[in-house]
Design a protein around this ligand. Structure first.
Ligand SMILES: CC(C)(COP(=O)(O)OP(=O)(O)OC[C@H]1O[C@@H](n2cnc3c(N)ncnc32)[C@H](O)[C@@H]1OP(=O)(O)O)[C@@H](O)C(=O)NCCC(=O)NCCS
Length: 328
């Protein structure tokens, strides 16, 4: 293997484009929308983000980029973690290039004092993909299994009329990306519960605190990169935010949307708020983007309540996601 592993300057657009292309081609056999459009990546990959430092790596053979890697170092919380991703040109696999990229990610992570490395592998349901054997060979364990699900708008329209819920006294409030002032503090309290309430398997994640300032910063980064986070809140009679769900759409692609987070406060469960919130965001997305074709979401296979809601909406499993973890 005669390749050099180099860091990419994301402001060098030619290098960034080559990096994006390697990832695009290495994921082209996956269903759904596995890779962002170039128009989105060219803006979001170098947008400053105080939540995390991202380092892009390339495997270079002569003048050709044959592999791409990424190290993600959270900088506000979970300072023991580093995220990893590696992609290798199909024609250059099994030559140790993926391992060389990953080794560089590990050096970076360890250099910043990180002790747990995470990664992801996407498999056809019931099948496998090179990433599964690669991860096992490189010492990762499977911390959680998730299903990636896709909803076609045709399926949603067919089911929509039969799905009605009475959110039992809760008000559904919707907004595009920027939370109304009167709810933002309570919204932050709910966001703080997210990691402890979502089934994460053995993933070594710690809760984080969401101050108003942190929420406002995150919103402005979404605005600056052309991403609309269409959000629905369930507001209890006492004004407390009891649940949230969102659907994200990039300005560069009005045909595919992604469900971001969904959570209902344990004290407010059992009123079908999960379904009510998802109906609100899905209806909003349909109204805002008449050309919308699909939405996708992912959740742990053991998350029975969320799976039941997604099944009712018409979501179908298209991939299995392995959440991987390795102690450094
Ligand atoms: C996963 C991926 C990065 C591996 O890259 P690679 O350069 O082929 O990996 P390496 O040559 O370093 O493989 C290291 C070891 O992993 C295992 N491995 C990798 N691919 C394998 C495969 N298809 N079948 C069985 N074992 C495999 C082997 O043990 C291999 O060692 P060996 O060749 O000496 O037997 C590459 O297949 C890829 O780009 N896949 C698509 C993107 C992706 O899924 N990335 C990972 C998630 S971010």
């Amino acid at each position: 293997m005669a390749v050099d592993i180099e860091q990419i300057n994301p402001r060098n657009e030619a290098a960034l484009r080559a990096w994006w292309q390697v990832g695009h081609d290495a994921t082209a056999d996956r269903p759904g929308k596995p890779w962002p459009l170039w128009e989105q990546s060219r803006v979001s990959l170098h947008a400053p983000n105080p939540e995390r430092d991202v380092t892009l790596l390339a495997a270079i053979d002569g003048r050709e980029m044959v592999g791409a890697g990424m190290a993600i170092l959270p900088s506000r919380d979970n300072l023991h973690l580093a995220g990893s991703a590696v992609y290798v040109d199909v024609a250059r696999r099994r030559q140790g290039i993926g391992s060389a990229l990953l080794a560089e990610v590990e050096v970076l992570a360890a250099g910043h004092g990180r002790t747990t490395l995470t990664g992801e592998a996407y498999l056809p349901p019931g099948g496998t993909a090179p990433a599964e054997a690669f991860a096992a060979a490189r010492g990762f364990a499977v911390a959680s299994r998730e299903s990636i699900k896709e909803l076609t708008l045709a399926d949603y329209r067919e089911r929509r009329a039969a799905l009605t819920v009475d959110p039992s006294g809760h008000r559904i409030v919707t907004f595009d990306t920027v939370c109304p002032d009167e709810h933002v503090e309570s919204f932050g309290r709910l966001l703080g519960m997210l990691l402890s309430e979502i089934p994460l398997g053995d993933l070594d994640l710690e809760d984080s605190e969401w101050s108003v300032e942190r929420i406002r910063d995150a919103e402005q980064r979404q605005v600056a990169t052309g991403r609309h986070v269409h959000t629905a809140l369930a507001v209890a009679p006492d004004g407390e935010v009891a649940g949230v769900s969102d659907v994200r759409v990039d300005d560069t692609d009005h045909e595919h949307a992604q469900v971001g987070i969904t959570i209902v406060d344990p004290a407010h469960r059992g009123h079908r708020l999960g379904l009510a919130l998802k109906l609100a965001t899905h209806d909003l997305a349909l109204a805002a983007y008449p050309g919308l074709l699909t939405l996708d979401t992912s959740n742990a296979e053991v998350n029975t309540h969320m799976n039941a809601v997604n099944d009712a909406l018409g979501y179908r499993t298209i991939e299995t996601l392995l959440e991987l973890q390795k102690k450094l």
